[in-house]
Structures are given as C-alpha cells and as structure tokens.
Write a protein that binds this ligand. Structure first.
Ligand code: FAD
Length: 409
C-alpha cells in the first residue's frame, strides 16, 4: 500500500471515522475543523446495523452499544385514533439485528477519543472554504482567513450538509431544501426508556418522535424528542410561547407529558432544517466527498450517519488496497453509489408521507403502510430499507453480514 498525505475537512462522523481508518493504515492524516473545539451538532441519532458494522470494523461498536440504547423496533401510530402505521422489528428480518439510539455527543466522544489515541493532528478554528489543484494533481486548501495548507495528495471533504468544498468544487446533481424540519431536544427518558423508536402522527403536518438514547456512560438514561414543523413556522411557534407548543404536543401524545414537562424554554430545543442534495460522483480529481458533503437526505429513514460511516469504510478500503487514487475512487464509486442512490431516492419519496402539507399523502400512508406491514414480501422490503441494507429497489446486501459480533479489543 502506498502511504499518502491526506487532509480531512470536518470532524463529524464521516471525517473522524475515515481519519481513524486511514491513520491506522499508516497514511499521513491531518484533520481540519471550523470550530475552536471539535463538537457534535444536534441531539440523537439512530444507528442502523450497517453503521454499527463499520463501528465494529473500527473496534468501537461495543463502546457505542454500551453508551447508547439498543433499539429493537420502530413503531408509528396515528394520534387519537391509535391506528398502527408500522411496527417493524429488526429481528424479524434477521435474528441478532438491532439499531442503537445514541446521543450525538457520545458517538462523537467515542470517535474523537480514538483519533486522540493515535495522535492524529487536528487543526481547529479553521474554516476551509476552497482549494487549488496543482499541476501534479495535489491539492492546496484555503481557509476563510486566506491561509493555505498543503499540498496534499488527497483531500477528503467531510464538511457536512452545508459543505463549502462541495459548493466550490463538486458537480451538484440536485439540491433542494425540505419545507419541513424539526425541533429537537434531549430529556431524561423516564418511563419512555424502551427499546423502541416511537412516533405519533396527525396527517403529515404533525409528528412527534421519541428515541431512547442510553446515558452515554453516566447519569440517567436520556431520550431525544423531536417535533416536526415547517421551517418557516419555527419563529411563529417560538413567538406563541412554550406553553402553547406543549399543549399542541400533548394533544398529539398525552402520555409524553413527563418528557414534555422537562422543557423549560425554547433554548432547550434546537432547530433542524433538512435538504436533499446529490452529486454526480464522489470525487473530483483527488478531492473526494463523503457523508453529508456527498449526499444529504431528510432523516426520515435514519440513514445519514450510517451512510457516512459506510463511505468512510469504503474509501479507506479503496485507498489501502489499490495502487492508484483513480482505482481507489472507482472502488468507492462502485461500492457506495448503489446504496446512497437508493436511500437518497427513498427518503425523497417517503418524506412527504410523514412531513408535508399533502393530506392525500397521509391518507395513502394510513391505508398502505399497515397493509404493506402485513404482507410478507413488502414487510421484508420495509425492514431491509430500515436496516440500511438496500442497494436498489430489487437488490440488497445480506442481512446476516450485519449481525453484530462482539468487537472488544
Ligand atoms: C435532526 C437530524 C436528525 C438526524 N437523525 C439521524 C439518525 O437518526 N440516523 C442517522 O444515521 N442520521 C441522522 N441524521 C443525519 C446525520 O446527522 C448526518 O447524516 C451525519 O451527521 C453526517 O455526518 P458528516 O460527518 O458527513 O457531517 P457532520 O456530522 O455534519 O460533520 C461535519 C463536520 O464538518 C465541520 N465543518 C463544516 N464546514 C466546515 C468547513 N468549511 N471547514 C472545516 N470544518 C467544517 C463541522 O463543524 C462538523 O464538525 C440526522 C440529521 C438531522 C439534521
């Protein structure tokens, strides 16, 4: 294997995971992060068996499972009526499969500690905004204060959904914001510390979800609570006041009162807006895009962090096993394109059934989803989609491959 000088922009899931893979393989890796201290953005994440398998490759799955909460099923109900829209159990697809609900900070800390353990240099407070390709193909990075870094043989753009390097260098296929986003908060899980991610809906306009997260290694068990809302309504909701919002949430899910009561002000909730962005390919010359820098979806299918982890693993495999960067990029493209394309399309199709102003979409959902859940073939396909193992409408990766085996060092 040829050792290469590699710059990684962004200390999120994709950037940290690829840094660990590549530095352990002997490459000269340097991380860049815009924040003064690398930190996680957002609240809770659902890791799928695909993402857990990558963490196991890194020897970090056991820690993740211990600090998070094993999630065995996902269920969704229509509020007030109680009709079950779906109730999907990982184990129904393959015995031994499960998801993990985890606080972003816990996952971040696990990955970050692993980069520290192998002393990967991290340059913080550096917002990389552009790059220059030299005649030999090497890349020099430029930050917002006009400083230059490099040259590097390879640059990995892992700078997230609002990637500056993507805007500067990539060929964007499509990019569109979603009308709906969410307000998120983390609370003590109390009696909601179950092994299910649960959601309640009223048409497709209102949705509340509760995802148990574990305790990150200390203190009481937590849960992420998310409330779907049009991004343009965030301000109006806040102006109307916390009590008004709490009343509306209680009308949707009265039993969630002990969780909703823990919010003291809107400062306890963060706003998340979603977009849908795809590229024509993962790389431009020696710059490679992974994670949200390469593909942004709505979190409806809970796949973003998992796709970021799979990208990191495939990229490292390509760079560690092929002699030329070109071959490594071809491997990444062939390995990752089918799955990422499927999930970008699937979340585009599915999101309006759960977050939109279209009443007919929720009517179709309320009839078809329960029906699909009862037919063996469609139920299996729903489970495959959930677990992150689909690679096209008709293809999938074998679920057995993603059954977790203890990866303790
Ligand atoms: C509300 C919400 C809920 C979600 N729920 C789930 C879920 O349940 N399951 C799931 O799998 N996914 C979920 N996702 C998606 C998931 O969070 C992302 O797909 C995942 O975090 C992508 O990882 P990343 O490393 O590509 O980007 P990020 O985690 O966003 O990391 C990007 C990093 O780059 C840094 N950076 C940005 N710009 C620059 C720059 N110019 N220079 C230097 N550094 C820079 C940032 O500070 C950050 O540290 C959710 C997303 C949202 C918004």
């Amino acid at each position: 294997m040829k050792q290469r000088s590699i710059a990684i922009v962004g200390c999120g899931v994709a950037g940290l995971a690829s840094a660990i893979f590549l530095a352990r393989a002997g490459h000269d890796v340097r991380l860049f992060e815009k924040f003064d201290k690398p930190k996680p953005v957002g609240a809770g994440l659902l890791l799928q068996p695909t993402g857990i398998a990558v963490l196991a490759e890194l020897g970090l799955a056991e820690k993740t499972i211990k600090q998070g909460r094993r999630i065995e099923r996902l269920s969704g109900q229509v509020a007030n009526v109680g009709t079950e829209i779906f109730n999907l159990e990982y184990g129904d697809l393959q015995e031994g499969l499960f998801g993990v609900g985890i606080h972003r900070a816990s996952l971040f800390n696990i990955l970050f500690a692993a980069t520290r353990a192998i002393k990967i240099p991290i340059q913080t407070s550096t917002e990389i905004i552009d790059s220059n390709e030299q005649i030999d193909g090497n890349i020099v990075l430029k930050d917002s204060a006009d400083n230059e870094y490099g040259p590097f043989e390879i640059v990995i753009a892992a700078d997230g959904a609002a990637s500056k390097l993507r805007a500067a260098r990539a060929e964007i296929k499509s990019s569109k914001p979603y009308q709906y986003g969410a307000l998120w908060g983390v609370v003590d899980a109390l009696e909601f510390y179950s092994d299910s991610l649960t959601q309640r809906y009223w048409s497709a306009r209102k949705m509340m979800g509760i995802l148990p997260l574990g305790n990150g290694g200390k203190g009481p068990a937590k849960a992420a609570l998310f409330w779907s809302a049009r991004t343009k309504d965030f301000e109006t909701i806040k102006e109307a006041g916390l009590e008004k919002w709490r009343e509306e949430a209680l009308a949707l899910w009265p039993e969630a009162k002990p969780l909703l009561d823990q919010f003291q002000s809107f400062d306890d909730l963060s706003e998340a807006s979603y977009s849908d962005t795809t590229l024509f390919g993962f790389s431009e010359g020696r710059m490679v895009f992974i994670g949200d820098a390469a593909h942004v979806t709505s979190p409806q299918l809970g796949q973003g962090a998992n796709m970021a982890l799979l990208d990191a693993s495939a990229l490292a495999h390509g760079l560690n096993h092929f002699d030329t960067v070109h071959e490594a990029m071809q491997f990444l493209e062939q390995n990752r394109s089918p799955q990422t394309k499927f999930y970008c399309r699937a979340s585009r199709w599915i999101t309006p059934f759960f977050q939109s102003d279209m009443n007919f979409a929720s009517l179709i959902r309320d009839v078809l989803f329960p029906l699909f859940g009862r037919i063996k073939f469609t139920r299996t396909e729903m489970l495959r989609t959930l677990t992150g193992t689909k690679t096209s409408i008709f293809r999938h990766m074998p679920a057995e491959y993603f059954v977790h085996k203890n990866d303790d060092d």
